[in-house]
Design a protein around this ligand. Sequence first.
Ligand SMILES: [Zn+2]
Ligand SMILES: [Zn+2]
Length: 284
Amino acid sequence: MRKNESVCPHCGVILDPPPKQSRKCPDCREKIILRTDPNTKDKVLLTEASVIEFDEEKKHIMGRRKILRLLWFEKDSELSYEKAESKLAEKFGSKPSPSDVYWSIANRKAAGLARNPEGRGTEYRNAQAAGMIYHQMALHLHDEGKSKARVQQVQRQGLRWLLINSQIMFAEFESGGDVSISSDVCCDTCLTSHKKQVGDLDELCANWESLPVPQEGCEFDYCNCSLRAMPNHNKKSTYVLKPKKSSSSKVASAAAAQEAGCLTSLVTLATLLFGLACLLVVVL
Ligand SMILES: [Zn+2]
Ligand SMILES: [Zn+2]
């Protein structure tokens, strides 16, 4: 951002040795504020008037950097960031915050994936990717200090799509499923209030707005409980799969799907751990 790190920003006197912290200029006695350039890591000396703008810009750079890390689902995260940013700038009439840029990209992406849940627009099945993105969006709202109700609303969308992902996997071998709550890594309240088995997979997906997780009584703003779906071969799936191009190796695919079904709970757990990791990063 700025060079000449050892020059007083007020009077221009050369400071030798360069100051190690904010202090008064030995020559003009004006206050000099020391900052680190987020791009070059160089020390910069600023006046009290210019530090406001500097901090503002630094906050934006750091925020943008954080958002780029969240855009794992985009082929070119920088490009989609730039595109969304200029689109929003046009709409708002001013530069949008990195948070606004993230929201517009993630929201559109998740909604798009959800329209074709069985497809594969990323390395994951779309339903699963949508679930992961909604979870990440919920964590993002939590980071931004949004209300618990708002966070939980988006979190519930995430759980919904992860359950639909299980539905799709189980439907491939015509099996229904049962869902249970896992509260192992949440608070004491969740741990004592949860019922082990919560219900039928297809029914919960149909009534996802009243999913029992995230738990309202949770002691945390971000409930770390998760839902686990397990196939139940005594139930017939009500999920209607889109017809596949070839249906020749039905037996082989059924075996593969069964294996995949057992993986679902692991997938849910992985997403949960991913969420926890994000949370830890935020806390640290
Ligand atoms: Zn000076
Ligand atoms: Zn809890």
